[in-house]
Design a protein around this ligand. Structure first.
Ligand code: GUN
Length: 290
């Protein structure tokens, strides 16, 4: 059984990016600059944004964190986005989701200039991805593709079941896996809360990508012998034996499922670090495509 080590794979990608940054520097060119907008004080979002900023430093990018209070108005957030759109120093930026309830996420996504949308969330970039045109691919699904590619996981002609149809992960994941590319060329089933025979569908899968946001959802009895399982979920579960008071688990019951798999991504240290590597790749792309 192979553990798909996202931490090591992401470190290798970051090393490659750092080399590219050095090349830009020695050619007297601008270093990529990523900005992140964080609204409010959601603990998990703060952790993710801090990890993104730290990763920028690691590869030699410039980074800016725009930390706004939870009561920021929608108008003020849109103005902040306009400022970043118009700031030539900033090559790409993200608005960390979820946003406080009084802010319309769709309006925010639409306001980000597509050429700076390194999350790949703007409808123009989603459309380009769907058509297979050059664009910023969304970080999490693209991180999964990179992981499968770097571990030489065969996807062509395989049955890939994606669990969860979110705009950020499940839906783009199904598009990328079915594309005529390597990795890709899979026969994809996109499942969701209304899928009636999920267990049977999963039992026929060669590859299962789980992104529905329920701790330990995928159990051993849902997985066929030799399947490849990628776990996109991440949850804090109370655990008094830990100093922090919690431990991290994914959407997959790791012990049960790992016993049957040919390859599996762990949580933590699987897809999470790949998402960050993928965001850095997009930011490098933003400066190179200028
Ligand atoms: N929240 C959860 N995942 C993501 C992501 O990939 N990008 C942003 N901006 N917010 C998120």
């Amino acid at each position: 059984m192979i553990v798909l080590d996202g931490k090591a794979t992401s470190a290798a990608i970051k090393d490659e990016i750092a080399v590219e940054v050095e090349k830009l520097k020695s050619a007297g060119k601008k270093v990529p600059h990523l900005a992140a907008i964080l609204v409010g004080n959601d603990g998990a979002s703060q952790t993710y944004v801090n990890a993104k900023v730290k990763a920028c430093e690691k590869v030699g990018f410039e980074s800016t964190l725009v930390d706004l209070p939870a009561n920021t108005t929608e108008a003020d957030l849109l103005k902040t986005i306009d400022d970043l759109n118009n700031n030539p120093e900033i090559d790409g930026f993200i608005v960390q989701l979820p946003l406080p309830e009084h802010i319309d996420e769709d309006k925010v996504t639409l306001r980000v200039a597509p050429e700076k949308d390194v999350d790949g969330f703007h409808p123009e970039n989603v459309g380009r991805m769907s058509l297979g045109l050059p664009t910023f691919l969304p970080a999490t699904p693209n991180g999964v593709m990179e992981m499968l590619g770097r571990y030489n996981i065969e996807t062509s002609g395989k049955h890939c079941v994606v669990i969860g149809r979110s705009n950020i992960v499940g839906t783009p994941m199904s598009i990328l896996m079915s594309r005529n590319s390597n990795p890709g060329n899979a026969t994809v089933t996109l499942t969701h809360s209304r899928t009636s025979n999920l267990k049977e569908v999963c039992l026929s899968a060669d590859i299962i990508i789980v992104a529905l946001g329920k701790p330990n959802f995928l159990t051993g009895d849902m997985v066929k012998e030799g399947a490849v399982v990628v776990d996109v979920g991440i949850h804090r579960i109370e655990d008094s034996t830990k100093k922090s008071g919690f431990r991290l688990v994914g959407d997959v019951n790791y012990e049960e499922v790992a016993a049957k798999c040919s390859a599996i991504s762990p949580v933590p240290g699987g897809v999470g670090p790949m998402t960050i590597a993928s965001l850095l790749q997009n930011t490098l792309k933003a400066i190179k495509s200028k």
